[in-house]
Ligand binder design. Structure first.
Ligand SMILES: NC(=O)c1ccc[n+]([C@@H]2O[C@H](COP(=O)([O-])OP(=O)(O)OC[C@H]3O[C@@H](n4cnc5c(N)ncnc54)[C@H](OP(=O)(O)O)[C@@H]3O)[C@@H](O)[C@H]2O)c1
Length: 355
């Protein structure tokens, strides 16, 4: 084993480069499934950015290879920063650990270790080749960000489900006459569309389709369709009128004739990042089945005093049985608040209800 060669980058330089790699990973979300959205940065031997890469759609090169190609000879003696441990297996694209060794980098830093046994071991291979290896740089940010759903699926075998809803201060998700459009302001709606463009699937119940006739597409500020559209999924036994927007040709749509939450998740097994955007009944069914991995609650500064509660029935009869969550973040988005929550009582991203 060769002695590790020390690189000259400061911690702040490495941290700044990892932030760029995280941004690159975010930009690939929605396009890489079932592969993880990974970002990579290659610094040359004097610490300048020589290449930035992100995972390409399945069959295409991994982030490291894209960044190394851009860097070319400048990678020799340089440093690579990657959001996921470089893979070690000969998949469709060859091991990234070997590509990094061949390119002559002297140091590799990654955020999150690869939990996938088949691909793991990249760090060891790099270290055996005399490359300085560091793990855990901005790990939590990557675990909660671009790799969140993929890591969840690796650990549990199920898609990661985020329940997103908008409610008033008094917890109403629709007015007494059933209308619920525009509870939140334009900034929140823009954010919802940007988030949709990174997802694999959006799920609603037949009730929401019949009440609101939503399109459930990811749209840009000018109304045009985003480059990636998640699959739209409607759950329930009621027929949907053929004229429903959700059946138009702007994105694929799946009709699941069931009321069983685990059947829904089994039907969506090939997907990684799933958003539940349904109404109170489907939300209650997912909550009581323990199949919500994160909540994104948009809280709007208005009061209705009457109307539909955000959750219809979650099987809770007494306060001791309340389903408890803890904040992961609170953001102000225009005039609204966005609370991101995960099931309480766990230090990691997986729900205690979802062993
Ligand atoms: N503010 C928001 O964030 C938001 C978001 C979405 C909807 N909404 C509002 O919510 C209202 C619609 O509420 P909703 O509860 O009817 O919508 P929903 O939850 O989307 O749909 C309810 C339907 O889901 C189906 N379903 C599938 N599995 C189920 C299960 N395990 N348990 C219960 N139902 C299951 C049932 O369809 P079948 O009867 O066909 O089997 C049920 O009637 C509308 O007023 C809409 O505007 C608000």
């Amino acid at each position: 084993m060769k002695a590790p060669v020390r690189h000259k980058n400061s911690e702040a330089d490495l941290d700044a480069a990892m932030q760029i790699a995280i941004g690159a990973a975010e930009s690939a979300r929605g396009f890489t499934s079932p592969n993880p959205a990974v970002g990579a940065v290659v610094l040359d031997s004097s610490g300048r950015i020589a290449g930035v890469g992100m995972t390409q759609p399945p069959g295409g090169p991994h982030a490291e290879v894209v960044a190394l190609r851009e860097a070319g000879d400048a990678a020799r003696g340089g440093t690579a920063l990657v959001t996921l441990e470089p893979c070690n297996h000969q998949g469709r694209t060859g091991p990234c650990s070997q590509a990094l060794i061949n390119a002559g980098v002297v140091a590799v830093y990654y955020a999150v270790g690869d939990p996938n046994q088949e691909a793991a071991g990249g760090a060891e291979t790099l270290a055996s080749a005399g490359i300085e290896v560091g793990a855990g740089l901005r790990e939590q940010e990557v675990e909660r960000g671009p790799l969140r759903a993929w890591l969840h699926r690796q650990r549990t075998g199920r898609p990661h489900v985020t329940w997103k809803y908008a409610a008033t201060l008094d917890g109403r998700s629709a007015a007494a006459d059933g209308t619920s459009r525009w509870i939140t302001g334009p900034d929140a709606r823009e954010r919802v569309h940007a988030d949709r463009a990174k997802l694999d699937a959006i799920v609603v119940g037949t009730g929401t389709v019949l009440a609101d006739n939503p399109r459930l597409t990811a749209r840009m500020a000018d109304g045009s369709l985003a480059a990636h559209q998640p699959v739209r999924v409607v759950v329930g036994l009621t027929e949907i009128p053929v004229s429903a927007h959700i059946l138009d040709d702007s994105a694929p749509t799946l009709l699941l004739r069931t009321r069983n939450v685990d059947e829904v998740l089994a039907a969506l097994a090939e997907y990684t990042d799933v958003l539940l955007e349904g109404g109170p009944r489907l939300a209650g069914a997912f909550l009581s089945a323990g199949r919500i991995d994160r909540i994104q609650a948009y809280l709007a500064p208005l009061v209705l005093g009457a109307g539909t509660a955000a959750v219809a029935e979650a099987g809770v009869r007494t306060i001791d049985a309340a389903l408890r969550f803890r904040h992961e973040s609170v953001e102000t988005i225009g005039t609204d608040l966005l609370l991101s929550l995960v099931p309480a009582g766990v230090g990691n991203l997986d729900s205690p209800q979802n062993p």
